[in-house]
Design a protein around this ligand. Structure first.
Ligand code: MN
Length: 230
C-alpha cells in the first residue's frame, strides 16, 4: 500500500534509536507489568506475595528518546519509575518461558512516568489507568542495545537519581517475575509480535518530579538515560 491508498496520511511508525547505529527499532506495542519488585509493592500499599502478574499498556508513540519530559497537563503529582525495557524480535502465543529469551532483540533503560493522582483516582473508582499511564511522552527511553552485544541481564543495579540525589535503587535480581516469565504470561493473554516493547516494573523509591529536575536512570550492563523535566 502507498500513502495514496489511505483517506488521510498514515501515522508515522513509532520507533526507538539503537545505540551505535543509524538504524531504528520499530515499535508495535508497549506492555508494562505492575508491582514487580516486592519493596515497591509494599510502598504502594500491597502485599508483596507472588500474586499473578498484571499488565497495562502505553501507546507506542508515548516512547520518547529525546531526553526531554514535558510536564503533562491535568496532574500535580507526576512520578518517575525506572524500569528495564525489553524489545522483542519475535512473538507468538503461549510461549514457554524457556523459549522466551530467543525472542528478545535487546534492552533499554526506560521511565514509566505516571500521573499518580489520576492513577489513584482511577484505582479508587475501579476505572482504567490510561489517563495516569498512557499520556504523551510518558515513556522516556534510552537507545536500545542488542542482546547479541550485552547478553540477557538478570542481575545488577537499577537506579534513578534526581538532581544527583539517589531516589530509586534496586537490583534486577529482585524482579518477582523474571523477564522470560513475563513474556510467557503476557503471551497467554496477547499475541506477542516482533516490535513489542515490555517495561518490566520498578524498584522502590518512586516519587514526584518538578519542572527543571534532571532524572538520571541507570541499569547495569544496559546503559544510562538522562531526562530533563520541562
Ligand atoms: Mn511501572
Amino acid at each position: 500500500m502507498s500513502a495514496s491508498d489511505y483517506v488521510i496520511a498514515p501515522p508515522a511508525q513509532a520507533s526507538l534509536p539503537v545505540r551505535g547505529s543509524d538504524a531504528r527499532f520499530p515499535v508495535h506495542r508497549v506492555y508494562c507489568i505492575g508491582r514487580n519488585y516486592a519493596a515497591h509493592a509494599v510502598e504502594m500499599g500491597h502485599d508483596p506475595e507472588r500474586e499473578a502478574p498484571f499488565f497495562f499498556q502505553k501507546n507506542p508513540g508515548n516512547l520518547d528518546a529525546s531526553g526531554i519530559f514535558p510536564y503533562p497537563d491535568r496532574s500535580v503529582d507526576v512520578q518517575f519509575e525506572v524500569e528495564l525495557v525489553v524489545a522483542l524480535s519475535g512473538g507468538g502465543r503461549d510461549i514457554p518461558a524457556e523459549r522466551a529469551e530467543a525472542l528478545i532483540w535487546g534492552y533499554g533503560v526506560g521511565l514509566d512516568m505516571t500521573r499518580r493522582d489520576l492513577q489513584g483516582q482511577a484505582k479508587k473508582a475501579g476505572r482504567p489507568w490510561e489517563v495516569g499511564k498512557a499520556f504523551e511522552h510518558s515513556a522516556p527511553c534510552s537507545a536500545l542495545v542488542p542482546a547479541s552485544e550485552i547478553g540477557h541481564p538478570t542481575e545488577g543495579a537499577i537506579r534513578l537519581r534526581v538532581n544527583s540525589e539517589t531516589r530509586q535503587e534496586g537490583d534486577l535480581a529482585q524482579m518477582i517475575w523474571k523477564t522470560p516469565e513475563i513474556i510467557a504470561v503476557l503471551s497467554q493473554y496477547f499475541e506477542l509480535r516482533a516490535g513489542d516493547v515490555i517495561m518490566t516494573g520498578t524498584p522502590a523509591g518512586v516519587g514526584p518530579v518538578a519542572r527543571g529536575d534532571v532524572m538520571e536512570a541507570h541499569v547495569a550492563g544496559v546503559g544510562d538515560l538522562a531526562v530533563r523535566v520541562t
